[in-house]
Design a protein around this ligand. Sequence first.
Ligand code: ADP
Ligand code: MG
Length: 618
Amino acid sequence: MSDIIRLLPDSVANQIAAGEVIQRPASVIKELVENAVDAGATEIQVIVQDAGRTLIQVVDNGCGMSETDARMAFERHATSKISKAADLFSLHTMGFRGEALASICAVAQVNVRSRMKGAEIGTRIEINGSKVESQEPFACAEGTNMMVKNLFFNVPARRKFLKKDSVELSNIVKEFERMALVNPSIDLTLISNDTTLHRLLPGSFKQRISDLFGGTVAKHLLPVSTSTSIVSIEGFVVEPQGARHRNPLQYFTVNGRHMRHPYFHKAVTMCYERLIASDMQPQYFLNFTVDPATIDVNIHPTKNEIKFEDENGIWQILNAAVRESLGRFNAGPGMDFDTPAGFEIPVFKPDASANPEVTIDTSYNPFAPSGTPAPAPRKPSVTSNWEQLYQGFMSDMGQRDAVPAVTQMTEGSPVIEGLVDGSTDNDEAYGLSSAIQVRNKYIMAPAVSGLMVIDQHRAHLKILYDKFLKIGTGEASQSQSLLFPEILTLDATQESVFGEIEGALRGMGFDFAPMGKRSRVITAMPQIIAHANPIEVVSGIISDTAAGTLKRTDDGMRAEIALSMARRVAIKSGVKLTQQEIEHLISELLRLPSPNYTPDGRRVIRVLTDNEIDNFFK
Ligand code: ADP
Ligand code: MG
């Protein structure tokens, strides 16, 4: 038998390597900007077209390359940054693996113009899928200008799996922001489809944070500073009230390199444990400096994961430094974080206004034979509370006639799986009044021939979604001006997403007025959500769109926005409902033409059939 093993041609090997290093347009930007930083540039311009699909261009005023170096740079393992293995442990450059340019030129068309400092003339090279097409002397500015066109043009599978432009652009902006934070002394610009998303002048770290993320974040920064023999940590944490629900700004760098480090992240978040609600996330910008010999940068091709020699030691130092900063901010020196009374965390009480004094009796059994949901008073001292609750309940009962009657409710003849019998026109059929809420999460109600279990959040989401889709179609009234217009401040990613969906938002009843750099005043909302928090709703829609979690449907943006709004406004799981609310929810849900699934395909209702229930007891 003849031999069958052969060495892969370089172009194929490079394409395989590109799979690891270059995953998306943002990875190209990371590699090219890092090269520009390593080249000593003081000014770097990043230009993208179509979220990097068509063009990624990085222009720097760094040291430039000679004619030979410019060609060599695209060979695999070609680097000017290290020459022996020992150099790996004293790295002072971003790059060292010599594979970024080789990988990029294997999966794109590259055009480079470069002139060394002081050289009379520069050079221009064109490379197409690893093949050098041409090189010639070229008059250009000092520094390097790299143009990467049609990324993945020869790897259709990769190109196909690129996400929609808003998502890829958001990744690009995030990558750019990470590098901008690490290099506050470099003049940096990001331009996307001829719009300038960032124009950052050299300045302090704090100034850079402010330029990138806005003055509101910068105003709430608490300095962190500590220096020990194994590490020094400098930077800022954000005051507890600056914590965010979504997309928190959380940045670690080590020796000028951005890193992900879940273990150190924990050291910071633990300090906030009693200071912020459990669903909020702290924000931080922390820079570590260590002896390069004590870290290994080379555990992943993207170099974002870094192994430290003494992770436990650094964890302790980091945790103590952040605690100290937060302590100084809150109560002056000596504040004891282990005293529960140290901080009052506001607790969300949805029913607080209706029954201000009522404490929920966890031993209350809704299945008790009396059928009365009012719990027996446990101690005499709570009698008055109990009376309030009971009275509240009675008055709810009195109002029940206002709730659509069961007979009306079934007009739409909902088809629910498991409802064997279609005759739904009498009170016993659904027995709304005996519906109960279980674990503040599900609603159970008798169905025609079984028992319905409804997920309260999904049910409400579905009801709202159907309503929101009708906004502007004449069936639902439109817009309501806000009595107190609210200011929405966007970061660069959000700004570009906003541009994409602004028209659709207006079509649904939102209105905006421009207000300075990347800010808008929300002046009107769709009337049916007029009670909701405008900032939360709009930024929720923007972040859903940016994250690409919303599928595009035939109804396009409207459906996406309706779903996102419904997610924000729908009753959450864990919220206690009054009997009236329970009944209203079921009745509205069952009016819908298809109440069984949410728009994103999750089940709303399950029915346990009589047979199934009987089988439990066989
Ligand atoms: P690495 O950065 O790991 O060395 P790259 O493939 O990214 O590998 O780059 C290869 C070489 O090309 C670098 O070592 C450097 O000498 C040269 N180079 C790349 N980009 C630039 C640039 N913008 N300016 C000057 N030299 C560059
Ligand atoms: Mg490099």
